[in-house]
Design a protein around this ligand. Sequence first.
Ligand code: SAH
Length: 374
Amino acid sequence: MNYDPTLRRRTPLARILGDQIRRQGPISIEDYMSACLWDQQHGYYATRQPLGSAGDFVTAPEISQIFGELIGLWSTVVWRDWLERPLPFTLAELGPGRGTLMRDMLRATAKVPGYHANLHCHLVEASVPLIAAQKSTLEQYGVPMSWAPDMAQIRAPAIIIANEFFDAQPLRQWVKSERGWTQRCVEIDDKDALQFGVHPTSPMRPDLDVQFPDAAIGAIRESQRPEQFLSNIGAFTKAGPVAALIIDYGHDKTTAVDTLQAVRQHRHEHPLTSPGEADLSAQVDFEELAAEAKKMGLAVDGPITQGEFLGRLGIIERASKLMATNPNKAASIETDTARLIAPNGMGTRFKVLALRTPSLPSLPGFDPIEDIAK
Ligand code: SAH
């Protein structure tokens, strides 16, 4: 990755942020990322449709239809056997992108008796262009649908799915400086280019010295603040059973490393290069996610790797069947399937964590001896 500040592009948002920093001082990483993703006029998600091969990045449901089909199957098993077939129930998705995952879920579950007739589909999406894309993809399935920018309207009993949602949440970062741990910030250099720095006035975090006693100067601790979303899920469980499936790239254990990344046109670049014009995301800290979920009164299954989870759901069997019925597409089906479960790629970099009302047993796919595809 190139850290040369002369490569920073003077996007419209870079100018606006540069002016703001010159007038009012450095901004936090969280505010920088919020502006880059959600600024009304220039924010990445607020103004564009970024997904797919013509966009900036590709997600698992965009790679293969099997991903959504298996999660659809998973949701019908949860509905039938875990939620004791509640009638009706909410199938909610956080950050549905182009609606591809939900489309494949709905398509694969259309023939499951009673499933569509009882579901209300609720999409949590804040991007206006993506809501339009989701509507045109999903309205043909004839199930009741609603959209909202946050989770407030979800009602139990509910199944909640989130693929690559948490990695996109504005990140807080703390850096170990000579003075101790404090907030990392975005400031400007003497040529007015954006650069990372140590926030001059934000409070110190002595607790991080205790958590990372051996951290070197410059070490970074980060958090997506998952509690904002988990507190909602925790609250729903008071009204009825809830099961949530969270899939994202990330690590099992909290570490002191900087994982903020920018992707534009399928290429990684320095996160300060193209404010508003690149996707910004960071690895999900699954240890923190699980700990926060437990604090909200939820039980946790996993995390396990995406490869393991999809394997248990029967990805190989499903791919073989699809290849047999579409022999002319067999090669691409095989390649795409392999990509989702590759041990040195998405199969291990992506993890799956399930959250549930504590009275429910472990969710399907998290118990090594069962195989729900049978
Ligand atoms: N799940 C999709 C898309 C992932 S991209 C897929 O796997 O293909 C992230 C998605 O989450 C986008 O749809 C983005 O607009 C949405 N999003 C991110 N943060 C959000 C927030 N805080 N509130 C609502 N939607 C959000």
